[in-house]
Ligand binder design. Structure first.
Ligand code: GA4
Length: 337
């Protein structure tokens, strides 16, 4: 990451120091090995669209090895990192998020499982370590995907849907459109605002919802992640490097006809420590049709969304700004008659 002068720091979006502290007990925690997991998951998805998972089954060894490779990658010179190719949309990105003018105090590597890792331009950036990284990535991705499918099956069962794989089959599809993101947030001290005499936190990754079905996030022990509650207040999520955090994405909100909420979240830069997160975004295949599941529609409940393909949604999502509401274009116009 380029070291920036104070003046160039001005260009980054900031928020006032909100001084919120939240106790970890308020973030729902689900132990995947316990019989009540499915009910806790449903409750958390309805209330927060977000929860923390323990006993997730992903090997800590694989996680730490991948993390060390990521640390190595981000500590290379910018010229070296840029050899991974520009994030457009897949590759190395620095500050610029997406293609529509968003910026954040972050650098990242964005990969997709639709491309063969062997074809991905990792080699020039990683040199002889690229094979090691490729192996680790593929082990990590398949094990996180397995956990994601297990969670999606618990969701279906918690919702009393007979067809238990109704969500997980979308990720199991060999054409499923999954993305992997490594985010590195270098430390950034809060800015002091001379006008209001308050400290302002620099935003690492601006507020947004994830377009996919489910996102599975693991980070090192540096805080920064915040989620927005139903009452629109923001709470900080205490970091926990042994757990995974799960986000409901827009597509799952649609399939549950709004019963599950896609969680609005953001990351604030930490004043002292680097934050490193790895996120697996589980999406369906591009031609998959996304619509509210008929089995979840009760009596004369209205359908909130029209059917669309994941390709259609993704295309429209990638044309938006980060903080935009992407689902509003797919809401059904209520019949006025
Ligand atoms: C948010 C979730 C994932 O990180 C991501 C992001 C994507 C990008 O970074 O290229 C987007 C963003 C995300 C949604 C709106 C568009 C596209 C940046 C942006 C402004 C990889 C994704 O799938 O959607």
């Amino acid at each position: 990451m380029v070291v920036l002068s104070k003046t160039s720091l001005e260009q980054y979006p900031c928020i006032r120091n909100l001084k919120q502290t939240i106790f970890s007990t308020e973030i729902p925690m689900v132990d995947l090995s316990k019989p009540d997991a499915k009910n806790l998951i449903v409750k958390a998805c309805e209330e927060f669209g977000f929860f923390k998972v323990i006993n997730h089954g992903v090997s800590m060894k694989c996680i730490s090895l991948l993390e060390s490779e990521a640390v190595k990658f981000f500590s290379m010179s910018i010229d070296q990192k840029e050899k991974a190719g520009p994030a457009n949309p897949f590759g190395y990105g620095n500050k610029k998020i997406g293609q529509n003018g968003d910026i954040g105090w972050v650098e990242y590597l964005l990969l997709t499982n639709n491309q063969d890792f062997n074809q991905f331009k990792l080699s020039p950036a990683f040199g002889k370590d690229s094979d090691k990284l490729r192996c680790l990535l593929s082990e990590y991705m398949s094990s996180v995907k397995k956990m994601g499918c297990e969670i999606l099956e618990l969701m279906a069962s918690g919702l009393n849907i007979e067809e238990n794989n109704v969500f997980s089959k979308l990720l199991m599809d060999k054409e499923s459109d999954c993305i992997f993101r490594l985010n590195h947030y270098p430390p950034c001290p809060p800015k002091s605002n001379l006008n209001n005499n308050e400290n302002e936190n620099v935003i690492g990754f601006g507020e947004h919802t994830d377009p996919q079905i489910i996102s599975l996030l693991r980070s090192n022990n540096t805080s920064g992640l915040q989620i927005r509650l139903k009452d629109k207040s923001w709470i900080s999520v205490p970091s926990d490097h042994n757990s995974f955090f799960v986000n409901v994405g827009d597509s799952l909100q649609v399939m549950t006809n709004g019963r599950f909420k896609s969680v609005r979240h953001r990351v604030l830069a930490n004043g002292f420590k680097s934050r490193l997160s790895m996120i697996y975004f589980g999406g369906p295949s591009l031609n998959e049709k996304i619509a509210p599941l008929p089995c979840l529609i009760k009596g004369n409940e209205c359908l909130l969304y029209r059917e669309f393909t994941w390709f259609e949604y993704k295309k429209s999502a990638y044309a938006t700004r980060l903080s935009d509401n992407r689902l509003c274009h797919f809401e059904r116009i209520k019949d006025s008659s």
